[in-house]
Design a protein. Structure first.
Length: 166
């Protein structure tokens, strides 16, 4: 066991993320378009972000949804799923919790970090197209939407490889 521990590179970052699954009356899911490097390389995700020190994941999803979409979370229905990504290339571990939430208000993103460039509801086909290169974002969401089983766990060894579902 000690031998194995020595050969592993230490993690550079350990990330805890909370995201919201917001659905409209037509069953479409809200995605936000992020341009994190402000270089025109937009990546779609569920609204969400880092859990800040002293904050619970539930508090983070309420805050992040408000910041990234302008919508107010009125209730957290349940934990939709959990994703773990062990990215050895980047030496990062990401644990992301997605919560099914009820919401109210009008879409009006005011991301204080300036990364969100769009917030819009998409049907399943459009979600699959926008998330196709990031399987840890796509597969758990589609699994949840298709089966409706809350609380599932999904594990990945990178962002572009299929994962395991438990």
């Amino acid at each position: 066991m000690k031998e194995e521990t020595r050969t592993r590179a230490p993690l550079r970052r350990d990330l805890l993320v909370a995201a919201g699954v917001l659905m409209d009356r037509r069953g479409r899911v809200l995605l936000v378009a992020n341009d994190w490097g402000r270089k025109g390389r937009v990546r779609y995700t569920l609204p969400g972000g880092m859990v800040e020190p002293g904050e619970t994941a539930a508090e983070a999803v309420v805050r992040e949804v408000r910041e990234e979409t302008g919508l107010s979370v009125t209730a957290i229905e349940h934990l939709a799923y959990v994703v773990q990504v062990e990215d050895k290339k980047r030496r990062e571990r990401t644990i992301a919790m997605a919560f099914k939430v009820r919401w109210e208000g009008l879409l009006n993103p005011h991301d204080p970090d300036g990364h969100v460039v769009e917030a819009r509801f998409f049907d399943v086909e459009a979600i699959a197209e926008r998330l196709k290169t990031h399987l840890p974002l796509l597969e758990p969401l589609l699994f949840y939407l298709e089966r409706g089983e809350p609380g599932r766990y999904h594990a990945y060894t990178g962002w572009g490889v299929p994962g395991r579902h438990y």
